[in-house]
Design a binder for this molecule. Structure first.
Ligand code: BG6
Length: 496
């Protein structure tokens, strides 16, 4: 694919995401030789910085960049910094956009970026619409000389209603193909590999259905707490922050039908159909039985006291926002009828891990009855992160008399593909957007379908007296979450 000359304009340039993820990702693209010859970044934000201050700040804020200031990559770093510019802007001030346009035009002329602009909205969501509108009013949406793209960060909406309103608002100013809704999990190699595992092999897909799969389990655990994002998180919670976006994207890749080909629209059509087949939980009894929320409470980890969620900075001391969410749900279609899906996501778990476990049914006729094979069903474990890879668990005979069966592992690690330098999620997604490839970006209808599933759960939690359980920071969530998966053994808790 060709990457044309272009300019990337980042709104919210003095923010955390820009320094932590975006600029390092662009630097890695530069280092890997992926940037076009003529390319500049223009950061726009409220801080009153010069170009040089912006350059210094992004380098000092990012450990990754700081590592390249000296040594063999010094020259790449210097050239990279020369391409960074900064413009002071209050995104809610209409009058600030005409000077911004002048600055963009001047840089475009001077650096030959061909009138191709990507606008990256890395701001609080309330600014998305006003920025899109102001860009439109300055004519910066129109693809008269060069193309224009808009990348929108998550969270995309706060509910189904607000997501719909945001889609409508953005589509007033930009056309749908110009809008790239980012979900950084789609940039992860292992998430994309779900499609390859399923559709580039003939050994998995014939088993990938209700006839052979007993249940599916997904765990997304983080060892960290809410860190400095208490203000945002307390209004959001685990279900909005992780499940509505990242985890439902993973679910869609697991349950979708094979697309006709690997084009953006074909894949997204199938994902949409998949998301629409999630059984919406809209009665109290099911919501009560199949959803669990909890919050971490303070505890001692490695000899140090860790704060409870309600003691975190900018969190309401009476907050009911969940830092742990576990759901059981079904997919109403031919392939998945009656197969339960168990998904949990949480902060302050014993370790950081994301994995999908496909539990296969036990053989329907047990020949080795006394062998201990029961409960030793075949499992396919897809490790999304860390230790990216795929593990298959299957039964083997224990050497010796009789037929004792033990479980053995077939284990593949991505790291064994040494020749492959795995791109970081933001790096991959930015490069895709620079090339106009929207395959790994969420389409408006997909985002709405995800909200449609999540909305009734959020409403139930907000309006009922559904209990908010507590769990000590550093354990695998509340005991009650085990009831959800009752009868199937336990959640699989990957070790550190
Ligand atoms: C973000 C959430 O989208 O994803 C964060 O807002 C979360 O709360 C992060 O920590 C997790 O991403 P990753 O790539 O570290 O699993």
């Amino acid at each position: 694919n060709k990457t044309e000359n272009q300019m990337l304009i980042i709104f919210g340039a003095s923010g955390d995401l820009t320094a932590r993820k975006l600029i390092p990702a662009i630097f890695d693209l530069a280092k890997g030789g992926h940037l076009p010859e003529n390319f500049v970044v223009l950061g726009a934000s409220r801080s009153d910085w010069t170009d040089d201050e912006f350059r210094k700040n992004v380098v000092t804020e990012s450990k990754h960049l700081a590592n390249h200031v000296d040594g063999p990559t010094k020259k790449v770093m210097q050239d990279f910094c020369d391409r960074l510019f900064y413009h002071e802007l209050s995104s809610d001030q209409d009058s600030d956009y005409s000077p911004l346009k002048k600055r963009i035009d001047a840089l475009d002329n001077e650096y030959g970026t061909g009138g191709n602009f990507i606008f990256y909205l890395s701001t609080p969501p309330s600014a998305y619409e006003p920025i899109a509108k102001s860009l439109y009013e300055q004519g910066l949406h129109a693809e008269t000389n060069g193309w224009r793209r808009l990348i929108v960060e998550k969270p995309f909406g706060y509910s189904l209603k607000t997501a719909k309103a945001l889609n409508q608002a953005l589509q007033q100013y930009f056309k749908e193909p110009q809008i790239f809704r980012i979900d950084h999990y789609l940039g992860k190699e292992t998430v994309q590999n779900l499609l390859v595992t399923r559709f580039a092999n003939s050994i998995f897909e014939p088993l990938w259905n209700r006839n052979y799969i007993h249940h599916v389990e997904i765990t997304n655990a983080e060892s960290g707490g809410v860190e400095k994002r208490g203000g945002y998180y307390d209004k959001s919670g685990a279900l909005r922050d992780m499940f509505q976006s990242h985890l439902l994207q993973i679910v869609a890749f697991i349950i979708m039908e094979p697309p006709l080909n690997a084009n953006a629209e074909e894949i997204r059509n199938e994902k949409l159909k998949a998301l629409k087949s999630l059984r919406i939980m809209n009665d109290e009894e099911t919501l009560h039985k199949n959803t669990i929320r909890a919050q971490y409470i303070s505890s001692i980890i490695d000899g140090k006291k860790v704060k409870g969620y309600r003691e975190e900075e900018n969190v309401d001391p009476n907050s009911t926002t969940e830092t742990f969410a576990a759901l059981k749900f079904f997919v109403d279609n031919w392939r998945w009828a009656d197969v339960p899906f168990y998904v949990r996501t949480a902060k302050r778990m014993p370790t950081k891990v994301t994995e999908v476990v496909i539990h296969f049914k036990t053989p329907h006729h047990q020949i080795f009855k006394d062998s201990g094979l029961q409960n030793k069903d075949n499992k396919l474990i897809i490790r999304i992160q860390p230790d990216e890879g795929i593990l298959i668990k299957f039964g083997v005979k224990v050497p010796g008399q009789g037929f004792k069966v033990e479980r053995a592992n077939l284990d593949f690690y991505y790291s064994s593909l040494v020749e492959n330098n795995i791109m970081e999620a933001y790096e991959r997604l930015l490069l895709d957007a620079m090339q106009g490839d929207a395959t790994l970006y969420a389409r408006a209808d997909e985002v709405e379908a995800a909200w449609e599933f999540v909305d009734p759960i959020l409403n139930y939690w907000a309006t009922s007296d559904a209990k908010v359980y507590g769990y000590s920071a550093g354990v695998w969530g509340p005991k009650n979450a085990d009831d959800l998966i009752d009868g199937l053994g336990m959640w699989r808790n990957p070790s550190k």
